[in-house]
Ligand binder design. Sequence first.
Ligand code: NAD
Length: 264
Amino acid sequence: MIDYINKFRLEKKVALVCGGLGLLGREISIALAQAGAKVIILDISDDLGLSFQEECQKSKLSIIYKKFDIANLSNYKEILTGLNQEQGPIDIFVNVAYPRTADWLNEIEDIKIDSWQRNIDLQLNSACLLAKEVAQLMKNNNVKGSIINFGSIYGVVAPTFDIYKDNHLTFPAAYSAIKGGIINFSKYLASYYGGFGIRVNCLCPGGIINNQEEKFISSYEKRTLLNRMGKPEEIASATVFLASNAASYITGTTFMVDGGWTSI
Ligand SMILES: NC(=O)c1ccc[n+]([C@@H]2O[C@H](COP(=O)([O-])OP(=O)(O)OC[C@H]3O[C@@H](n4cnc5c(N)ncnc54)[C@H](O)[C@@H]3O)[C@@H](O)[C@H]2O)c1
């Protein structure tokens, strides 16, 4: 009889979580470590990174932090090769980093070209080039790994501006271009590396609860089928699934975790 629970276990797996100190990244790192993986968080804050590492180790979770700036597009290969030698071959790669410029939340009419270009470099070019380097490393190591890129509902559908305007907020135009690009590039990687047993999927969360104003939460909730925003742990469990052998026949998907937002 097949041991189905065993398919979800990640013992002996090495997982890299880029952006692992963020709202989603922390919960994803904890979930992967609870499933048995050795987790390496790549992020930019030593203070937060070292204190999170200590907190996790007190809870007997195998999580370490390494400083890494995804904005530096030219040194990925060197850093990944070093990590590979130090920590062993990478089996799982999750990119939940979210670098953005200070003027990221400008209306489309106020966007400056250098800001647009910078955000494309920070968020789209980095996600594609880093995932490509990891896939190549997995291939070289003969690892049948799992790569999970992060899209969004707004890589698939347009924002509903009334829920933002009514709350004096907006949603950046570049986000649609970036997330749409990451979704389709994930399919490209899945196609190219599929023959080597490497799976690549793009997880697309809907809005996650994070101290937003009540007025915004209630307008957002009305647009979901489950009448609520998502929780970080709901993204974390979907990530563990995609990372594990339980998802061994899932690749090239745009995996929506959005309470049904994109179904209507
Ligand atoms: N939170 C949501 O509601 C939501 C919804 C849909 C999609 N997403 C997507 O999920 C991903 C994560 O979102 P989040 O809400 O956890 O973001 P967040 O801002 O809470 O966390 C992002 C993490 O990226 C790190 N980071 C920033 N710049 C970096 C750099 N130069 N190098 C390395 N790390 C860097 C930050 O330090 C932080 O730990 C993003 O791709 C986002 O678009 C989030």
